[in-house]
Design a protein around this ligand. Structure first.
Ligand SMILES: Nc1ncnc2c1ncn2[C@@H]1O[C@H](COP(=O)(O)OP(=O)(O)OP(=O)(O)O)[C@@H](O)[C@H]1O
Ligand SMILES: [Zn+2]
Length: 816
C-alpha cells in the first residue's frame, strides 16, 4: 500500500498538493504537522499536512517529502476548520491563510534570508551542524537556505535553522525588533526602617547636626502629606532648595530609598498586582445584562459611551473565565496604540497576559504560539491585533473585540482579506465560545445585527464617576471667515478656549483627519462639495483629466469653474494636514509645548509609545494628531479637544463617510474630561447644520443609526446589501480596460443591475499597474455562497481567454 499526504503550501495554489510518504511516516504524521517539501524545479517549502491517505494523484507523480519538521501537531483541527472557513468566505486559498496564520519563522523556504542576532552565544551550546552555520554567519552577514544546504552538504536543513532560531542565534531578515523601554523617572521615599514614631524621632535627632539633610527630610514629609503621588527626586531637590548631593547622601545612609517606576505604567494603581476595580452600579448592571444576554446569544454588543469603564467590565468577565481554566482572546485594532491597555491588563493579570502582534520578533511570536498551543499559564489571556485570531487556541472561554467599529480589523492586502471581528465571531462559534463586541460608537452592521436580535445588546450610558459627557460646541467657520475671526485654521473661539485651558494647566488635543489630503473639491465660500447624483458620496477630483468623478458608479463631469451651490469661483482642493496645524500652534502659543502624532511621527520603533508617554507625563501641552488619537486612549488631564475641520471627513467619497465621521468625532471627544470635570469639545465646520454634527453634539447615536440606515437601504449598501469588490490589474491600460469590460458584462448577465463598474479608482495606476474596479452588490435574500460560486465560474471562463490570462484579479469580500 502507498501512503500520501495532501499538503498546504504557503503560496496561492488553488489545490492542495499531494506528496508521497513512507508507511512509517504515515504512522507518525498527523494533520497539522509541518513537513518540508520540494516544489517546482528547485524550491523547498514548509508545508502543512492536511490529510493522510492512500490515493495517488491522477495527473502527476507525487514526489517524496523531504523531511518531517514537527514532533507534534502545530496547528490543531479547529484551526484547520477555521482556515477553511476563512479561505471559502474571503475567496482565497488555504495557502494564503496559512501565510497569514503562521508566524514567519514557521514557514521557512529556500528564499528566506537568515542573519545573526547580536547575542553572542557560547560555542558549546551548538551541535556540530548548527555551529557550522553560526560560524559562517560570522564571515558573511546573511545566508539563504540554499547556502546553508551547501555548507552542510545536505538537503534537510530546516530543522537546523529552526533550532538556531530557538537558541536566539539567528533571525529571519524581516524582523529585528526591540522592546520599548520607557524612560525611567527616579523617585524617593523614606526607608521602611523608620516607619515607627520612635525610630523617626531618633532619626530627626540624629540629623539635627546635618541641617541640610534635615530640611530635605522635612520637605519630603510635607510633600507626602500634600499628595498621594510618589515624590520625584527632582521635585524634592527643587522644593527643599537642596542639591542632589544632599539627597544622595541620605540615600547612601539608607535613610531614603530611591526607586524607579516606568512613568507610563503607574500612578493611579497600586503596583503590578492590583485587584480588579469594584464596579459602580451602572457597570454592575451592564455586566449582569451581558451575562444574561449570553444565555440566548452567541454574540453580545456592549454599547458603552466613552470612559464608561467598559475595560473594567471586560476584566470581570476575564476573571471568571480564567477561573474555569479557559483561555481568553482579547483583540484590538492596533496594538501599537494600546500600550496603555497592555499595562492595565498586566496590572491585573501579570504574566497571564501574552501580547501577540506582527511587530514582535519571530522568536516572541513563536514563543507565544507554543504558549497558546500548550495552554500554558503564560498565555491564558491573549491580547493581540487582528492576526491573533489565528493562534492555536485549545479551549477558548471568551473572545472580546474591543473598539469593534474600527476599520483596521479588516485586512486589505494581501489575501486573506479578512475582517478580524467577523472572523472572530465564526471562531467563537467553532469553539462554542461567547463573543463580546465593545464600542462607544458601534459599527452600523453590528448595531443592525443587534436590532435584528442576532446579537444581544447591552447599553451603558453613563461615564464612570458620573462625569457628564463633554460639552460639544459647533463653530461655524464660514461665519468666522466672513467676519475675519480666523487666524490660519483657528477660530477665535478655539483660541479662547485653548488659552483658558492652558491657563488652568490642562492639556489639549487637536484632531485633524489624515484624510484631509484627499482630493476633494470644496467651495471656499460656502463649503459645498460637489456630490454624485446617483450615489451618496462626494465627487473626487482627478487632476490629469480635470474631471470630477464618482468612485462608485462611474459618473463623471468636467471640473466645475464655479460652485454649483453658491456660484463662487473660489473652489479649492481642500486638504490641510496635521503638520500645518502644528506650525500654526507654535506661532499662536509659543510658550507651550506642542507635538504631533500621525503616520510620519510614529514611524520609528517606539514612535507611538514615546509620544503617548510624553503626553501622559505632561511634557506636552498640546497634541495634534490624526485618528490615531481616537483609539481608546485614557489621558487624565485633557479638558479640551478641538476638531479642526469636520467637513473633510464628512465629504470623503465613501458610503461610510458619515458613519465614520460620527465615530471619529465621538471617539476623539471621548478623550476629554475623563476624570472629574466635564470636558469641552470644539468642532470647527463650514456646515454646523449637518445632521451628523447635530447628532454628534446631541450625543445621539440612535438618530445617526436610523438616518444612516435609511441611506443604506436606499442606496443598497451594507449592512443591507453585502458586497464583493473585484479589482483587475495589469501594466497595459488597454488590456485591463478590455478585460474589465468583458468581466463586467459577464457579471451583469448573472447579477444584473447589482453590478457597478468597471470603474477606475482615484489612483488608477500603482507601481505601473493600471487598476479597474467592479462592485457586486448582494441582496440579503440572495445566497452568498451561490454568488461566490457564480463569480468563480465567471473568473474561470475569464482566465480561459488567452488575452486576459496575464491580468491579475483580486477578490475582496466585504471590502469596506
Ligand atoms: N469601577 C471603577 N473603579 C475605578 N475606576 C474606574 C472604574 N471603572 C472605570 N474606571 C476608570 O475610568 C476610566 C475610564 O474607563 P475605561 O478606560 O475602562 O473606559 P472605556 O469605556 O473603555 O472608554 P473608551 O471607550 O473611551 O476607551 C479609566 O481610567 C478607568 O480606570
Ligand atoms: Zn456615483
Amino acid at each position: 500500500m502507498h501512503y500520501f499526504i495532501d499538503a498546504i503550501l504557503p503560496i496561492p495554489l488553488q489545490k492542495l498538493f499531494t506528496y508521497r510518504i513512507t508507511s512509517a511516516e504515515a504512522k507518525f504524521l498527523k494533520p497539522g504537522m509541518r513537513v518540508s517539501v520540494p516544489f517546482g524545479k528547485s524550491k523547498i517549502y514548509t508545508a502543512l499536512v492536511y490529510r493522510i491517505h492512500n490515493e495517488a494523484p491522477q495527473v502527476y507523480d507525487a514526489k517524496d517529502i523531504h523531511q518531517i519538521l514537527d514532533e507534534s501537531v502545530l496547528v490543531n483541527l479547529t484551526q484547520l476548520k477555521f482556515w477553511e472557513w476563512v479561505a471559502k468566505y474571503y475567496m482565497c486559498t488555504l495557502g494564503d491563510v496559512m501565510r497569514a496564520a503562521l508566524p514567519n519563522a514557521f514557514i521557512l523556504e529556500s528564499e528566506t534570508i537568515i542573519s545573526k542576532t547580536n547575542i553572542e552565544l557560547n560555542d558549546t551550546e551548538f551541535k556540530d551542524d548548527e555551529f557550522l552555520v553560526y560560524e559562517a554567519l560570522h564571515h558573511q552577514s546573511s545566508l539563504k537556505v540554499q547556502d546553508v544546504m551547501n555548507i552542510l552538504d545536505k538537503k534537510s536543513v530546516l530543522p537546523v535553522i529552526n533550532r538556531l532560531i530557538e537558541k536566539n542565534a539567528i533571525v529571519l531578515h524581516e524582523e529585528i525588533f526591540e522592546k520599548y523601554v520607557a524612560k525611567l523617572v527616579r523617585y524617593v521615599k523614606l526607608n521602611s526602617n523608620f516607619s515607627s514614631e520612635t525610630q523617626l524621632q531618633n532619626l530627626l535627632e540624629e540629623l539635627s547636626r546635618a541641617p541640610k539633610q534635615r530640611k530635605v527630610l522635612m520637605t519630603l514629609f510635607m510633600l507626602s502629606s500634600k499628595t498621594k503621588k510618589p515624590i520625584k527626586v527632582s521635585e524634592l531637590v527643587s522644593e527643599s532648595e537642596a542639591t542632589s548631593t544632599v539627597v544622595k547622601a541620605l540615600i547612601d545612609k539608607g535613610i531614603l530609598e530611591e526607586y524607579f517606576i516606568q512613568k507610563d505604567r503607574v500612578e493611579y494603581t497600586g503596583g503590578p498586582n492590583e485587584v480588579s476595580k469594584h464596579l459602580n452600579e451602572h457597570q454592575e448592571k451592564a455586566l449582569s445584562e451581558i451575562k444574561s444576554e449570553f444565555e440566548n446569544h452567541h454574540t453580545v454588543l456592549l454599547h458603552g459611551v466613552t470612559s464608561s469603564g467598559k475595560t473594567e467590565i471586560y476584566v470581570k468577565l476575564i476573571e471568571e473565565v480564567l477561573q474555569s481554566g479557559k483561555q481568553v482572546l482579547y483583540i484590538l485594532p492596533e496594538i501599537a496604540l494600546t500600550t496603555q491597555l497592555v499595562s492595565r491588563l498586566q496590572n491585573y493579570f501579570g504574566e497571564k497576559v501574552a501580547v501577540f502582534h506582527s511587530r514582535y520578533s519571530s522568536h516572541e511570536r513563536v514563543e507565544a504560539w507554543y504558549n497558546v498551543l500548550n495552554s500554558s499559564p503564560k498565555a491564558q489571556i491573549v491580547l493581540g491585533a487582528r492576526s491573533s485570531i489565528f493562534l492555536p487556541f485549545k479551549s477558548l472561554g471568551l473572545i472580546i473585540v474591543d473598539e469593534e467599529h474600527e476599520q483596521s480589523f479588516k485586512q486589505f492586502d494581501p489575501a486573506p482579506r479578512y475582517h478580524a471581528r467577523d472572523s472572530a465571531i465564526v471562531l467563537g462559534n467553532m469553539h462554542n465560545t461567547k463573543v463580546l463586541l465593545g464600542s462607544a460608537t458601534p459599527s452600523l452592521e453590528s448595531y443592525f445585527n443587534a436590532q435584528q436580535k442576532r446579537y444581544g445588546l447591552v447599553e451603558l450610558k453613563y461615564r464612570y464617576n458620573d462625569v457628564l459627557m463633554p460639552e460639544i460646541e459647533l463653530v461655524d467657520i464660514k461665519e468666522k471667515h466672513k467676519k475675519k475671526l480666523m487666524k490660519g485654521h483657528f477660530s477665535d473661539r478655539l483660541i479662547e478656549e485653548m488659552t483658558e485651558s492652558l491657563g488652568e494647566g490642562h492639556q489639549i488635543i487637536l484632531f485633524q483627519n489624515r484624510r484631509g489630503f484627499s482630493p476633494i473639491i470644496e467651495c471656499n465660500t460656502c463649503g459645498h462639495a460637489p456630490q454624485c447624483p446617483n450615489c451618496d458620496v462626494s465627487l473626487t477630483y482627478h487632476q490629469y483629466r480635470n474631471q470630477l468623478r464618482c468612485h462608485y458608479c462611474g459618473y463623471n463631469t468636467a471640473m466645475h469653474t464655479t460652485c454649483s451651490a453658491c456660484g463662487s469661483p473660489e473652489l479649492d482642493n481642500k486638504g490641510f494636514g496635521t503638520e500645518q496645524i502644528e506650525e500654526e500652534v507654535k506661532v499662536l502659543f509659543p510658550d507651550h509645548k506642542v507635538a504631533r502624532m500621525d503616520l510620519d511621527t510614529t514611524r520609528g520603533k517606539y514612535g507611538y509609545e514615546k509620544i503617548i508617554t510624553a503626553f501622559e507625563q505632561q511634557e506636552i501641552d498640546i497634541l495634534v494628531g490624526t485618528q490615531m488619537l481616537t483609539k481608546g486612549l485614557d489621558f487624565r488631564n485633557v479638558k479640551l479637544v478641538g476638531v479642526m475641520n469636520a467637513d473633510n471627513m464628512l465629504n470623503f467619497p465613501d458610503f461610510r463617510a458619515h458613519e465614520r465621521s460620527f465615530q471619529l468625532i465621538m471617539q476623539v471627544s471621548g478623550r476629554a474630561g475623563r476624570t472629574d470635570k466635564r470636558g469641552k469639545v470644539l468642532v470647527q465646520t463650514y456646515n454646523p447644520y449637518h445632521n451628523i454634527l447635530q447628532q454628534v453634539s446631541a450625543n445621539n447615536y440612535e438618530a445617526m443609526f436610523k438616518e444612516q440606515m435609511d441611506d443604506r437601504f436606499n442606496y443598497k449598501y451594507p449592512p443591507v446589501y453585502k458586497q464583493i469588490k473585484i479589482t483587475l490589474k495589469h501594466k497595459d491600460y488597454n488590456k485591463v480596460e478590455k478585460a474589465s469590460i468583458w468581466l463586467g458584462k459577464s457579471l451583469r448577465q448573472v447579477f444584473g443591475d447589482n453590478v457597478l463598474g468597471p470603474e477606475s479608482p482615484p489612483i488608477s495606476r500603482i507601481r505601473n499597474q493600471f487598476y479597474k474596479n467592479i462592485l457586486v452588490k448582494i441582496p440579503k435574500k440572495q445566497s452568498l455562497s451561490k454568488t461566490k460560486e457564480a463569480i468563480i465560474k465567471i473568473n474561470n471562463s475569464f482566465f480561459s481567454i488567452k488575452d486576459f490570462r496575464a491580468v491579475k484579479i483580486v477578490l475582496n469580500v466585504d471590502n469596506y
